[in-house]
Design a binder for this molecule. Structure first.
Ligand SMILES: *[C@@H]1O[C@H](CO)[C@@H](O)[C@H](O)[C@H]1NC(C)=O
Ligand SMILES: *[C@@H]1O[C@H](CO)[C@@H](O)[C@H](O)[C@H]1NC(C)=O
Length: 181
């Protein structure tokens, strides 16, 4: 390769890393972690979360995230989540708009709790209107680390989550909660 091509490649790489803001990595998990989930393991999905990501210092992306959130909350009549609801909440609900990294989310984000029966409509909506934003859709089985890193779905691109912020186990929902078969 001549020096000119190498220089152009370097400039392109530098520009794209500045535009994207960071290098997107996969949420690699090691073999010992993967082997925790056996094919015949009895896994129950109680609910899902949708998390929408944006680069918090990029005004365009932040505004896009705010607008998408407004439309989503209005489309599905979403109210604020009560305290201590995560794996199971009484109904569809939302958390705060995070203007900075929060918990396992390494960049700006907003999130909603999705009951199983609203999965298709909400995920279809977010797939249609996510625009430039990356989206994580993860189940809640009572094992946050596996739910986020191994069994999740991503739209657009994978955002590298902060693994040390995810616990192995979460308390299961109380037996009074209805579970769909
Ligand atoms: C949202 O609430 C409005 C007014 O109460 C109602 O007409 C509409 O059907 C609700 N939409 C959903 C998706 O529940
Ligand atoms: C996505 O980003 C491009 C370039 O910044 C912008 O023109 C476009 O309007 C954005 N899309 C949405 C849905 O905001």
């Amino acid at each position: 390769m001549n020096g000119n091509i190498i220089l152009k490649l370097f400039i392109n790489l530098a520009i794209s890393s500045i535009v994207i803001g960071h290098f997107v990595q996969e949420n690699n998990v090691d073999d010992s972690f993967i082997s925790v989930v056996k094919f015949d393991t009895d896994v129950i999905y109680y609910s899902y979360h949708i998390h929408v990501y944006f680069l918090q210092k990029n005004t365009l992306q932040r505004n896009e995230a705010l607008l998408l959130r407004k439309r989503f909350l209005s489309e599905f009549n979403v109210t604020i989540c009560p305290n201590h609801c995560d794996t199971w909440c009484p109904q569809i609900c939302h958390w705060d708009f995070n203007r900075s990294p929060t918990g396992p989310h390494p960049i700006g984000s907003w999130g909603v709790y999705i009951p199983l029966e609203q999965f298709i409509r909400t995920v279809s909506f977010i797939s249609m209107y996510h625009g430039n934003l990356s989206v994580l859709i993860h189940p809640n089985s009572g094992h946050p680390k596996i739910d986020h890193l191994l069994n999740a779905f991503w739209i657009k691109s994978i955002v590298s989550l902060r693994k040390n912020q995810l616990s192995d186990n979460a308390p299961p929902p109380s037996s009074s909660y209805r579970i769909l078969n």
